[in-house]
Design a protein around this ligand. Structure first.
Ligand code: R5P
Length: 218
């Protein structure tokens, strides 16, 4: 079952916690397993920087201190899930809408460990609609601009991010050059972040399948 594999991937990230002072924590169902597994180890590290209100709530409920990124230096590790992963360890993230804070924490961390079940591994990114966080007043303008680039933006209605913005999910993208597309989208006025993690890709991917967990690095 997929959820068992998510837990297996989360378990594989636990040894990386050793000797860490502060951890970066992502968002989503895979990371929720990691947070739960962290609870018994909470006295071994100072605390965590969280990428969403949902993860913050879960961390605090388990007694794990949540720290402000501005009050700490570089993070030792960042553990997060993904919606798609390619063999260059580039990712699509943001299915849960937490992409901006996730990208900030990934940038501020020494080691980005991505945990996932094997269904997330793809040969080419883009089957999963690419989430883009947008300032609300720019929604239509950004959607028109992305349509002109060949994507099909769909407004994630009735969803507001933790930062008070909206999400456009971009369908029909065959992402041949992830870094280039990330830069192009980031340059559209009104875009806050894209869910493409190519300029800052994962350093390690722990991919769980029925056969066990595989470690992917470049
Ligand atoms: O905004 C959400 C995050 O990017 C998640 O890490 C991603 O959607 C994967 O989530 P899950 O572990 O639930 O598949």
């Amino acid at each position: 079952m997929q959820d068992d594999l998510k837990k297996l991937a989360a378990q594989a990230a636990i040894p990386y916690v050793k000797n860490c002072r502060i951890l970066g924590i992502g968002t989503g169902s895979t990371v929720n397993h990691f947070i739960d597994l962290l609870a018994p180890l909470k006295h071994q590290f100072e605390g965590a920087v969280s990428s969403s209100e949902a993860s913050t709530e879960r961390l605090l409920a388990l007694g794990i201190p949540v720290l402000d990124l501005n009050a700490v230096g570089t993070l030792d590790i960042y553990v997060d899930g993904a919606d798609e992963i390619n063999t260059n360890l580039e990712l699509i993230k943001g299915g849960g809408g937490a992409l901006t804070r996730e990208k900030i924490i990934a940038a501020a961390s020494k080691h980005f460990i991505c945990i996932a079940d094997h269904s997330k591994l793809v040969s080419r990114l883009g089957k999963f609609p690419l989430p883009v966080e947008v300032i609300p007043m720019a929604r239509s303008y950004v959607a028109r601009t992305i349509s002109a680039l060949g994507g099909q933006p769909v407004w994630r209605e009735n969803f507001i991010t933790d930062n008070g913005n909206v999400i456009l999910d971009i369908h029909r993208l065959d992402i041949l050059e992830p870094m280039k597309l990330e830069n192009t989208l980031n340059n559209i006025t009104g875009v806050v972040t894209t869910g493409l993690f190519a300029n800052r890709s994962a350093d390690t991917v722990l991919l769980a399948s029925e056969q066990g967990t595989q470690t992917l690095t470049l």
